[in-house]
Write a protein that binds this ligand. Structure first.
Ligand code: HEM
Length: 464
């Protein structure tokens, strides 16, 4: 049984009713960080059902420097996994995420350099902008009182649930086995064990992910002991790792590129060509229907229940959905290797719970506003390396994914190295394969790896 009252709320809910959100990327004070965390603790929302009645949500996560600021010992810190200890901006992490050139951490607004250090992430959600402001005032009073400084980002879910390119956010997240939300059975998503996302439970391989430990203290009797001989406390239990990336999307540049590409590919398509091309890059129609499930680019009305009941095997050659399309690379479902069942099983080791939100104003071509806009991408997982980093390195950024060559994910993939021009996108199928040269419209503006502890672990950390 999942200990829902100890697991932070964001793990099992995207807070769809709380459309307005604010994220604080905090630097904690040298003295007093534990006092701040004790104050915050009573506001943190859990995954328990009764909390869903409240209209406000607060969650918190910490980086390695944040855990240090809270006084966690070196020995305890070293029980955290390497990717987390090194952080998203470490050179070897950048290299496998593809954060080079203008996407390199040295250019980031936060998280990329010592000056942009982030110790903690506090996220607040509310149903209205006024309620969010009220909640923010209370949180910010405490930041000030304890000497925390912050980089702040506002984020939201749009009323129409569309993203900046007009795609419906169908929130194709994994079906978590044993999770609090009942989801319909789906032959294309056999269900992922909770241990893939929350530490302390069995994962898809039947194992427990490595979980950080902390020394025993008299006052923390409520925390679970490790079953091994160390008598240490299981600090990781009910926690999850968070990969956050601020991804700026140049929407006008994207539509200019899509218009040019569509004209080259389908000169007869007229004004709908750019839209059709965008759908081809993503692998879904803008109304949410999967290209792989519709046979043609234009099909029937969107059916939410059917949104994820599809695989790629039927259109294995990419005729329905291009092999390199964003959703197909990000979750290849049944399409890897020769055996669809084996493919579905192996893909379950690399799933992510996505909790991203938009930032910046929506783009209106009739009244264009020059502003930065994009996605505050948030992924939750139990193992940053095997899940978040693997998806980037082996699927999104791999030039030979699915037998392709010289291609990367057309939306979220890394741009090619400066000395090459290899960045194409292939549209397989009738009557022959077509290729276009990609233009990159997404830029990484910030990011960090966090640990989002369970409530008892937060209480332990707040004791210092
Ligand atoms: C600005 C950048 C990005 C844009 C515009 C974007 C857009 C989209 C869209 C429109 C969908 C389909 C709708 C949905 O499933 O909710 C989607 C799905 C998805 N995206 Fe992204 N995305 C971006 C970055 C990323 C990154 C960095 C990752 C890294 C792992 C990622 C992973 C996924 C996954 C796993 C899915 C679900 C695929 C499935 O289960 O079928 N996306 N994205």
């Amino acid at each position: 049984m999942l200990e829902l009252d100890d697991i932070q709320g964001l793990v099992f809910s995207g807070y769809a009713r709380q459309r307005c959100a604010r994220y604080w990327f905090l630097k904690l004070p040298v003295v007093g960080a534990t006092g701040w965390l004790s104050r915050l603790l009573s506001r943190v929302t859990t995954s328990e059902r009764r909390e869903r009645a409240s209209d406000r949500r607060v969650n918190v996560a910490l980086t390695v420097s944040g855990l240090e600021a809270l006084g966690l010992s070196e020995a305890a810190l070293l029980t955290f996994p390497q990717a987390f200890l090194r952080g998203m901006a470490a050179p070897e992490r950048s290299s496998l995420l593809g954060d080079q050139g203008e996407n390199a951490p040295e250019h980031w607004q936060f998280g990329g350099t010592p000056a942009g250090r982030v110790d903690a992430l506090v996220v607040a959600y509310a149903e209205t902008a006024d309620a969010l402001d009220e909640l923010s005032d209370a949180l910010e009073d405490d930041f000030e009182r304890f000497g925390c400084t912050a980089h702040v980002e506002d984020a939201y879910l749009a009323e129409d649930l569309r993203d900046h390119l007009g795609f419906l956010d169908v929130r194709s997240n994994p079906r978590v086995r044993g999770g609090p939300r009942k989801r319909h059975k789906n032959p294309y998503d056999p269900g992922v064990p909770a241990g893939e996302f929350v530490l302390g439970y069995r994962n898809a391989s039947g194992h427990f992910a490595a979980s950080p430990r902390a020394p025993l203290r008299a006052s923390t009797r409520l925390m679970p002991r490790r079953t091994d001989a160390t008598r240490a406390l299981d600090l990781g239990r009910n926690g999850t790792f968070v990969a956050l990336r601020k991804l700026a999307l140049d929407v006008p540049a994207f539509w200019r590129f899509a218009g040019r590409a569509a004209l080259e590919l389908w000169p007869q398509a007229g004004s709908h060509g750019a839209e059709r091309f965008a759908e081809t890059l993503v692998g879904r129609r803008r109304d949410g229907a999967a290209l792989a499930a519709t046979d043609a680019l234009v099909g029937g009305p969107f059916d939410a229940r059917a949104a994820n009941r599809f695989g790629y095997r039927r259109t294995g050659d990419g005729a329905g959905c291009p092999i390199g399309a964003h959703v197909r690379r990000a979750n290849p479902r049944d399409s890897l290797g020769d055996d669809p069942a084996e493919s579905l099983a192996s893909v379950q080791n690399h799933r992510l719970i996505r909790r991203g939100r938009l930032y910046g104003p929506r783009f209106d071509p009739a009244a264009p506003v020059a502003a930065e806009r994009g996605l505050l991408f948030v992924a939750l997982c139990a193992d940053l390396e095997r899940q978040f980093e693997f998806v980037h390195e082996t699927w999104l950024n791999h030039p030979h994914f699915g037998g392709l060559t010289h291609e990367r994910d057309p939306i979220a993939g890394a741009p090619p190295a400066a000395d090459t021009t290899d960045d194409t996108f292939s549209i397989q199928g009738a009557p022959f394969r077509r290729q276009v040269r990609l233009e990159r419209c997404v830029r990484v503006r910030g990011g960090a790896y966090f640990f989002m502890p369970g409530l008892r672990a937060l209480a332990y950390l707040a004791e210092g």
